[in-house]
Each structure stands twice: as C-alpha cells, then as structure tokens.
Write a protein of this length. Sequence first.
Length: 141
Amino acid sequence: MSNLLESTLVMVDDNIDEIFLTRRQVRKDGIINRFISEKKPEKLIETLDELIGTGIEKSSFLILLDINMPRSDGFETLKKIRAHPEYKDIPVVMLSASDDEADMFESFELGSDGYIVKPFSADEFFAAVENIPRIKKQLIQ
C-alpha cells in the first residue's frame, strides 16, 4: 500500500465542502499524500497539463470525478478524458451522492474504472480501486 502514497489523486468536484472532506478523509486514512482539486471540470485537461509541467508523472494520476456538476457533468468530463490522446488511460473513479444503478451503469459504459457513493470510507475507496490494474499492482508491491 505504500506505493499508493506516491499516486496523485485529482478530485474534480464543484463543491468545496466535498473536496475538503474528501481530502481530510484520504489523508486521515493514509491513502494518499498528493491531493489536487479542480472545481471546474472544463479545466481538468489544463490542470493535468500543468501537473505534468511541474514534473509529476502522468502514470501517478488517479482521478476522482463527481457526476453532478452544473456546467459540465462528470459523464461529459469522462467522455473528454477517454477521447484525449494523452489522458485516455488515466484511471477514473466516479463519485456521486446517489447509488442510482443507472448512473453506475452509465459511468462504466463510458469507461470509468470505479464508482463510489459519497461520503466514503477507506474500505470503500480501496474496494473501488482494487481492480484498476495499475493501482492493484501498487497495492500488491
């Protein structure tokens, strides 16, 4: 699990309180030490470009993407990530306050790697990411 600490968790959520609570939860549980937030989903690609510009490896990225956002929802943002030539392979875990099966189905249909209902615990986080090949490899090492 120590290699997961080297991951860069990028949370995309328009709700500042959700970002704060998630950051506090993952740090408290020792899940991750590099936590980046982006409140505007339409700026996610720019944020990823900036992170790479600072020397952070793209292979360290794990995106937590909220579904319900006003300007560009998580589904639209996921489509953009999966269509982007450089970022299409970054693991994306969808976040939602809803456990609606239709949302879960659509997120997987669009290429998400996991789905977590907010708020979540460390156990739920690991359950969602354990089947992502790169993350699973880091957890095993």
